[in-house]
Design a protein around this ligand. Structure first.
Ligand code: FAD
Ligand code: NAD
Length: 466
């Protein structure tokens, strides 16, 4: 007899496991099915967590090499890459085991295996030994995430032609690394390997990096990364990637038709990710997909089948862990008749390079397109006393507020701890705050957050320290 549940979540990533916990909190008998053998999804296993571990460790290595200029004498600083990788793996193991504990604590049944639809109310689970079991359920939540895309005709071998997964576990530092795509993954992983000693070349199709980000921040970001030694080849299209004895040759063409060949030890292809709907047997239940093969849902995350929902990277929207988590909570609340909701206007995006880049709400370009009149407040970390005191003063805070009402419409930061500072603006925006509300809030001195207050003051042209 098939075990019966009120809700079955397929996928144990930040969307899926958070959704399963919330469903169980709300009193539903819940199961979560995960195929990779450990919980936490892309984010904990091969995404957010291992990349942030390597970003931190490589930054420490880089800083340690420059300590003598700050009056701290050390011996020779040497890299032990395998130990660094073990540290990263330890962080992943601790966190994925932690999620398993949380599922148990909340009485969610965890099935290790691949879930697929037998019918609208029956899910088949196949484990890694091909053993099959069946569960019955009232509701299904699809949270199967996304996978990296490659270029046409180019296959990942995860040693020379690598996706982000390969870039997180190289066993030696490539002498020369080509990165195709100047987005989140390319710039984070490019920073890691550049700090560890690789010569890094980013080949980008557009004339700017991090498309969709406020243009002023994006150009400042590129300037800073160039100073750090990363080379950029903008408006370049990759024509061919051919492996040779020791690595690969990447052939590119620019907009004027000029060709260039890059010989390198490794090529990271980071041109985006695609929704993961393979193995679900969606045809069986007739789930509608959109033009990008994402699962189509309504604003309550319901698919065209009334008991089947989808959340996270597998549906429309930014492919971010916190977006998936918030959708997981909202859909669980909707299933029990509450009013789950995600405010897509206040989802922050953070790039964890040095300096960090963080963004929320509308960019200047979007406001212009929407014909919304706005005021700008800007404040440089060069004038922030905490940043100056620790010699970490690159970047600025930019706040965009409605010209008439002063309501904060967006904020874009590049600088120390930008990824933490953005949370204050997120709360302000959720409360419909004006820039004056932020400006009149007392901020501790000396902190980086004073740069946010000063940028808010600067919206009304009354910054004190610039
Ligand atoms: P996923 O995390 O992809 O989880 C889906 C899970 O479903 C997977 O574990 C998969 O094995 C499982 N699955 C798939 N099909 C089946 C099936 N049929 N049966 C059972 N299980 C199945 N986002 C951030 O917000 N911050 C970051 O710093 C960040 N860094 C990143 C760094 C890298 C290198 C990468 C690649 C991504 C990063 N992301 C980051 C993006 C983030 O990882 C994703 O947005 C997030 O993991 C999406 O969550 P999800 O639950 O929708 O899907
Ligand atoms: P991305 O969408 O961030 O960037 C892809 C880049 O590749 C773009 O700049 C695009 O113009 C460029 N590009 C596309 N096709 C190209 C081609 N043929 N030649 C050259 N350039 C090309 O994608 P990504 O970096 O692969 O990351 C995927 C997703 O993972 C991100 O969108 C993000 O949602 C998530 N992620 C988030 C974080 C974070 O939150 N810190 C970190 C890593 C990944």
């Amino acid at each position: 007899m098939a075990e019966k549940f009120q809700a079955v979540v397929i996928g144990g990533g930040p969307g899926g496991y958070v959704c399963a916990i919330r469903l169980a909190q709300l009193g539903l008998k819940t199961a979560c099915i995960e195929s990779r053998g450990s919980l936490g999804g892309t984010c904990l296993n091969v995404g957010c967590i291992p990349s942030k571990s390597l970003l931190n460790l490589s930054e420490e290595f880089h800083k340690a090499q420059n300590l003598s200029s700050k009056g701290i004498e050390t011996g020779e600083v040497k890299l032990n890459l395998s130990k660094m990788m073990k540290n990263k793996d330890k962080a992943v193991t601790i966190l994925t085991k932690g999620v398993e504990f949380l599922l148990k604590k909340n009485k969610v049944t965890y099935f290790k295996g691949t879930g697929s639809f037998k019918s609208k109310n029956e899910i088949l689970i196949k484990d890694d030994k091909n053993k099959e079991s069946l569960v019955e359920t009232d509701n299904v939540i699809i949270a199967t995430g996304s996978v990296p895309v490659s270029l046409p005709g180019v296959e990942f071998d995860e040693k020379i032609i690598i996706s982000s997964t390969g870039a997180l576990k190289l066993d030696q530092v490539p002498k020369k690394m080509v990165i195709v795509g100047g987005g989140y993954i390319g710039l984070e992983m490019g920073s890691v390997w550049s700090r560890l000693g690789a010569e890094v070349h980013v080949v980008e199709f557009l004339d700017h990096i991090t498309p969709g980000m406020d243009k002023e921040i994006s150009s400042e970001f590129m300037k800073i990364l160039k100073k750090q030694g990363i080379s950029f080849h903008m408006k370049h299209k990759v024509e061919k990637i051919k492996k040779n004895k020791s690595g690969a040759i990447v052939s590119t063409k620019d907009m004027d038709g000029r060709s260039k060949n890059f010989e390198c030890d490794a090529v990271l292809i980071s041109v985006g990710r695609k929704p993961n709907t393979a193995n679900l047997n969606l045809e069986k239940v007739g789930i509608d997909l959109d033009e990008k093969k994402r699962i189509k849902t309504d604003k309550n995350f319901k698919t065209n089948q009334s008991n089947i929902y989808a959340i996270g990277d597998v549906i429309v929207g930014p492919m971010l862990a916190h977006k998936a988590e918030d959708e997981g909570i909202a859909v669980a609340e909707n299933i029990v008749g509450q009013s789950g909701h995600v405010n897509y206007d206040t989802i922050p995006g953070v790039i964890y390079t040095t300096p960090e880049v963080a963004s929320i709400g509308k960019t200047e370009e979007q406001l212009k397109e929407l014909k919304i009149k706005y005021k700008i407040g800007k404040f440089s970390f060069m004038a922030n006393s905490r940043a100056k005191a620790i010699d970490d003063a690159e970047g600025f805070v930019k706040i965009l507020a409605d010209e008439k009402t002063d309501k904060v419409l967006g904020a874009h930061l590049i600088g120390p701890h930008a990824g933490e500072l953005i949370a204050e603006i997120g709360v302000a925006m959720e409360f419909g705050a004006s820039s004056e509300d932020i400006a009149r809030t007392c901020h501790a001195h000396p902190t980086f957050s004073e740069a946010v207050k000063e940028a808010a003051l600067s919206v009304d042209k009354r910054a004190i320290h610039s």
